[in-house]
Design a protein around this ligand. Sequence first.
Ligand code: ATP
Ligand code: MG
Length: 396
Amino acid sequence: MKKLIIIKYGELTTKKDNINFFISTLKENIKNMLNGMSANITYDKGRMFIDAEESEYENILNKLKKVFGIHEITLGYELENNDLEFIKETLKALIVDEEFTSFKVETKRSDKTYPINSMEISRILGGVVLKNKEGVHVDVHNPEVIIDVEIRNKHSYIYFERIPGIGGYPVGSLGKGLLMLSGGIDSPVAGYLAMKRGVRIEGLYFESPPHTSEAAKNKVITLAKTLSDYSCYIKLHVINFTKIQETILKECPHEYLITIMRRMMYRIAERVADCQNCKVLINGESIGQVASQTLTSMSAINEVVRMPVIRPVACLDKIDIIDIAKKIETYETSILPFEDCCTIFVPDHPVINPDRKLCEEYESLFDYESLIDEAIKNATVIKVENKISEEHNNVL
Ligand code: ATP
Ligand code: MG
């Protein structure tokens, strides 16, 4: 008998056509997350098994709690065979160290040729527990402990402990998206929710030195690092936006600054996304939150790109976004008081219902295409991982 970690992937098992792709992506992600630990991962019909040194279990469990695509994690025992007498003897030994007064046994047979059905096995094993542990009783509705027994082709499994996984789809199984990552509360939450649906994200941050500081950029790197706990690593593209912003400020009516600035951000984001094989843009816009997030504004901004824009927090109340930010531990970083390029040029009265024709007219006052080309040419990228960050120039 050996102790191991068993992973169940729930929702994935409904993906009939490409289940193997989902599972191999999940396995790859787990392998990358456990990089550096001596863990052996195998899988068999709806389950993944991790065999490791017992001293590593706690570390491994903490990592697995942040892997999308996992429905449940259990610490269980693998028995050498599926012989009922052997299971009975093993169970007898295992319950000695378990503390409970009420219990029920649940059995699953993935080996349908097994001569006894699941109900009958549960009944027999329940009898073994009652006979061998003093003061316990069966409670089928609200037991203190559920003793799970799984009968498989070669082995059988017994487990007492279950930890909920975070669900979703394995990161990368649905392709890649480019997350517009600011230092605020909303965009990291948007990134987390997109990753949960299986999207691998790359980040894009617009900085405006000297109007924005190195500390503001470091805050975004910290946010990317926190998000990388869920995906192992995140590539963060940094665009110097100063010249574009200063030109808009000089050339355009001030109530249109934000709208035009955001149209430029979208144009750049789409170009970066195309280069990186990202299929969608993702951002933290939320309907009605600020002037640039009215439906008319969103539509005037959105029209400059053809790529779909996913807004995972569009319909959430701020308080719900904050709850998620706290849960995923980005909140404390997000509320640090560093300036963002959106906040430094805020006009007193930004337009709430921008006119598309006027946007085009104001944009024709300067050669934004060459400014965008230059910004993209000078982009830098930082590979943000759980452990280390490396910075490179001109990799687009
Ligand atoms: P957040 O809390 O995420 O900063 P916000 O409520 O402050 O959002 P805006 O500043 O209007 O709203 O930005 C809306 C979205 O645009 C952000 O959620 C983010 O996705 C993107 N964005 C804004 N500023 C930047 C930036 N400097 N770099 C990259 N993306 C940005
Ligand atoms: Mg912001």
